[in-house]
Design a protein around this ligand. Structure first.
Ligand code: ADP
Ligand code: MG
Length: 902
């Protein structure tokens, strides 16, 4: 920019340093809306501001821009000034204006823009107002003001609506078009007030009743506002145009009423632009990290104001020829304008005092000159040399205004309302989110709780099961060890006893020989003594009887008679006996004759008697068995009897010939195996004969077979009683005691076992040593024998139980009395199922009676019962054991004592 010293050209701009983004010489420059400009932006001087309150340097220097616009000659001038040249000559390319003083002299002025009479409204807007509008949109205050003589085109420049010709649209219309194009009506707002100042009164052009609006000044900031002015929210261009029309109409009406012209009043259009801008993140931390929250951007609101001022005509009063007003009124009319001139002078000259408060206008334009607003002034001039003076003063006003330095500041403040609203929304969102999270958290907690509960339950269940198993195992082991200990104790006792016996036996063996000889000697002596004593007694008796005879001679006859009678009786008895014997012998003779005949016949056929008969019988028996197997015919003892005679068979049992006896007994045993034969055999005296065999014969085979036959016969209840009556128990016991062959023992045990099942014979069986005999058979250890013993015990226990429950018998079991319990307990868990089953049953029967409980506990039977109740494969036995255990107080007490849960 040239710094040549034109007249009045105070080119402060020429020496100025501008910051980046700032292009001071041009109206087109647009400020960067950064509040923190400052690098290199040194404010050279600090001219007093119109407001005076602006002191800080947080702004951008911005001199008041001044353009000059020349109105084309109007029709009147065309005529009146036809012979004269214009008083001004414009040099727009160098932005200079020459004001002719006369034909040969002119003053040259430099302006920021020089707009010729040909300048279009569009161009005028773009060079004068557009940069200000853009600043306003960026958040700065802006002022566009037209100054000039009445009729030079101020209103034309600013307020033309362009109704007829769009190209005529003035700055107000075009400014609002640009504003609407830039703002977002969703978030931004535009409000407009339209006022006029006339005779120091502020009138509302949008509401004429409101004709005395007062200026309010913020004591802190010094900002002025017009709270009484109507503010119209403008949403579109059309409403704005209507608003301008309305304002203009009101202006005309008001001026008519006041008897003035519009040129006497100042019109001020105030456009308030409020824009929301996203500020810095209010929640950022120092190092730039942001929290996890969704943060609202810092809501900033930029409030800016565009003031378009259409000043009253600048001509002097006297010249304008005001009518109907006093001088005082005239002074008042132009007070604001002269005050503005004074302020601008003061600002231009950096005066200490700027008389802002002198007028309403200067108070309202406080920010526009020397304040924070971006200000453009357009001075309008006419071409007529007749108004050269006014034109000159207008030019000088413009020149002075060019010296006014503003410090542009963005008006940015927090939009607390919107921030609060946003925060509220965000808070609500967060509350809802929090509630959702809380809910899901609680649900999760509940779910975890439920899961843990079920896990705990499962673990507890598993634990309880494991514990139960472990407990059971321990109990079993405990019971087992107790049992073992008890067994050990019993065996120890037994061994001790045996040891004692062995000791005794050893001693006796050692002295056996001498003792026996002594015994025989003693026996002899004893016999001698007895004989002698008997002789002495006989002698005494004899002497006594002789003495009696001597003492009582008369009793002799009676005694002899008595003796004779005795003898007679004896003789009679003897006779009877002999007669019987004779009878027997006779029958035997007959029998023998028959036998002799048979023998003879047999001999004639070359075979021996008994053996032949026997063989024949056996053959027949076998044949019959074969037949039975072959054609189902039952063998019949009748058939045999018919052929041989059952009595004959029975008699063979007593044959002298051992072989015959053996065969005979086998035949009988064979026959006795058939139930149908049993009664007949007994009837024929077979049972007696068999018992006799047991009694008489040493031969083990005979005894075995006989015992077998007896066992078979003993299946029948009647026979059982017969066996008992005939001393069978004793015989079987003796046999049991003597036998060595396990099969013999098995037969004997089987026979006794059968007898054990008879209720009526219980006592007798026991008294005659049956139980002991049965138990004695176990010595051979053969499982068959043990099985029979177990069966016998079970039978016996069952009978006892039955009798006890019928109330027929009471008291301890005879089995226990006879010492069967140790064996029972010992074999209760025998590998052989039949043995185990019989014993388990026997134990259950015994346990049913409380009277046995104590012995069973001490005998270790309780453990077996517990085992049976748990392990037995037969459910009925298991249940019986369980029932017994739980019903017996003794058992329960013992189990409690041993801490075994049952
Ligand atoms: P002011 O407001 O300064 O008193 P106006 O704007 O009313 O002056 O203008 C006075 C007359 O001059 C109006 O008729 C207007 O149309 C006309 N006029 C002003 N400036 C121009 C211009 N640049 N071009 C054409 N006519 C103009
Ligand atoms: Mg006007």
């Amino acid at each position: 920019m040239s710094s040549s010293a034109y007249r009045n050209g105070n080119h402060r701009t020429a020496t100025r340093t501008y910051g980046s983004g700032f292009k001071p010489p041009s109206f087109k420059s647009r400020l960067q809306p950064s509040p923190s400009h400052g690098t290199g932006d040194v404010r050279r001087s600090s001219p007093a501001s119109l407001g005076g309150a602006f002191k800080d340097s947080d702004g951008v220097p911005g001199r008041v821009r001044v353009a000059v616009r020349l109105r084309p000659r109007n029709s009147e001038e065309m005529v009146a000034d036809a012979d004269f040249a214009d008083c001004v000559e414009l040099q727009p390319e160098v932005k200079r204006l020459k004001l002719r003083k006369n034909n040969w002299d002119a003053d040259t002025y430099e302006f920021d823009e020089v707009l010729t009479e040909y300048a279009s409204q569009k161009r005028v807007y773009e060079v004068v107002a557009k940069p200000v509008v853009e600043s306003v949109l960026d958040g700065y205050n802006g002022t566009v003001m037209a100054y000039g003589q009445t009729g030079t085109g101020k209103t034309f420049t600013l307020g033309r609506l362009g109704d007829e010709d769009t190209a005529d649209r003035g700055i107000m219309v075009r400014a609002m078009e640009d504003i609407f194009a830039d703002v977002d009506l969703g978030s931004d707002s535009i409000t407009v007030s339209y006022l006029q100042i006339y005779m120091e009164t502020i009138q509302d052009l949008l509401d004429p009743i409101n004709d005395n609006i007062s200026i309010v000044e913020d004591p802190k900031t010094g900002d002025v506002s017009l709270p009484g002015a109507t503010l119209v929210d403008i949403r579109d261009q059309q409403s704005f145009l209507e608003l301008l029309r309305l304002g203009e109409a009101h202006r005309i009406a008001a001026n008519t009423k006041l008897n003035t012209e519009s040129s006497r009043s100042h019109a001020l259009l105030m456009v308030h632009v409020k824009r929301s801008v996203a500020g810095e993140d209010a929640f950022s931390t120092e190092n730039g990290n942001t929290s996890h929250l969704v943060k609202p951007s810092r809501p900033l609101v930029r409030k800016s104001k565009l003031v378009v001022v259409d000043l009253a005509g600048s001509e002097r009063i006297h010249k304008s020829g005001i009518e109907g007003h006093t001088l005082e009124e005239a002074k008042s009319i132009n007070l604001s304008l002269s005050a503005l001139g004074k302020c601008i002078n003061a600002l231009a000259e950096n005066s200490a005092h700027v008389p802002v408060r002198d007028s309403k206008l200067t108070r309202l334009l406080k920010d526009s000159f020397g304040g924070t607003a971006r200000t453009s002034l357009i001075v309008t001039i006419g071409p007529s040399p007749r108004h050269r003076g006014e034109t000159s003063s207008t030019i000088l006003f413009g020149q002075r205004a060019m010296k006014v330095e503003n410090m542009l500041k963005i008006k940015e403040e927090f939009d607390y309302k919107s921030l609060s609203r946003k925060l509220e929304i965000q808070l609500d969102k967060l509350i809802a989110e929090n509630e959702r999270l809380q809910k899901s958290f609680e649900d999760e907690i509940d779910r975890i709780n439920a899961e843990s509960q079920s896990r705990i339950l499962e673990v507890e269940r598993n634990f309880a099961e494991a514990l139960e198993k472990e407990k059971l195992k321990c109990q079993m082991e405990y019971m087992k060890s107790v049992k073992e200990l008890e067994e050990k104790m019993v065996s120890n006792q037994t061994r001790n006893q045996r040891d004692d016996l062995v000791d005794v036996k050893h001693i006796s063996e050692g002295i056996g020989a001498s003792v026996s000889s002594e015994v025989s000697e003693l026996r002899m002596l004893l016999n001698n003594e007895i004989a002698r004593r008997k002789a002495a007694e006989d002698e005494i008796n004899l002497l006594e009887s002789q003495l009696a005879q001597y003492r009582h001679p008369e009793a002799d006859g009676d005694t002899a008679i008595f003796r004779l009678q005795k003898n007679l009786e004896e003789e009679i008895r003897q006779k009877k006996k002999y007669e019987e014997e004779v009878l027997v012998l006779r029958s035997q003779l007959v029998q023998m004759n028959i036998e002799a005949d048979q023998t003879r016949r047999c001999l004639e056929r070359g075979e021996s008697g008994d053996a032949f008969t026997l063989n024949m019988l056996m053959a027949q028996s076998r044949n019959m068995q074969l037949r039975e197997n072959g054609n189902g015919q039952k063998p019949s003892i009748a058939a045999l009897s018919e052929q041989v005679g059952l009595h004959k068979i029975m008699s063979l049992l007593e044959s002298e010939d051992a072989t015959v006896r053996i065969h005979a007994v086998k035949v009988v045993a064979n026959l006795a195996a058939e139930e149908v034969n049993q009664a007949k055999i007994v009837e024929a005296g077979g049972l007696t004969s068999l018992l006799m065999l047991l009694r008489r014969y040493e031969d083990e085979t005979v005894r075995r077979v006989a015992a077998g036959a007896i066992a078979n016969l003993a299946m029948n209840e009647v026979n059982q009683e017969l066996i008992m009556v005939q001393g069978g128990i004793g015989l079987l016991s003796v046999t049991a005691a003597n036998a060595e062959d396990p099969q013999t023992l098995r037969m004997v045990a089987g026979a006794i076992a059968n007898l054990c099942g008879n209720d009526k014979l219980q006592m007798k069986l026991r008294t005659e040593g049956g139980i002991k005999a049965l138990l004695g058979t176990v010595r051979c250890g053969h499982p068959d024998v043990l099985s029979q013993v177990a069966r016998g015990i079970a039978n016996f226990a069952k009978c006892e139980s039955r009798l006890a429950s019928q109330g027929i018998r009471s008291g301890r079991s005879l089995l226990i009395e006879d010492g069967a319990l140790p064996w029972i307990v010992h074999n209760a868990n025998d590998e052989s199922a039949p043995i185990r089953r019989h014993i388990e049953l026997a134990l259950c029967h015994l346990a049913q009676h409380e009277v046995n409980a104590k012995d069973m506990v001490s005998g270790g039977a309780l453990w077996e019962l517990v085992r049976i109740s748990r392990d037995c494969t037969r459910e009925d036995i298991r249940n019986l054991a369980r029932k017994t255990l739980s019903s017996s107080p003794t058992f329960r007490a013992e189990l409690r004592r041993l801490r075994v849960d049952y």
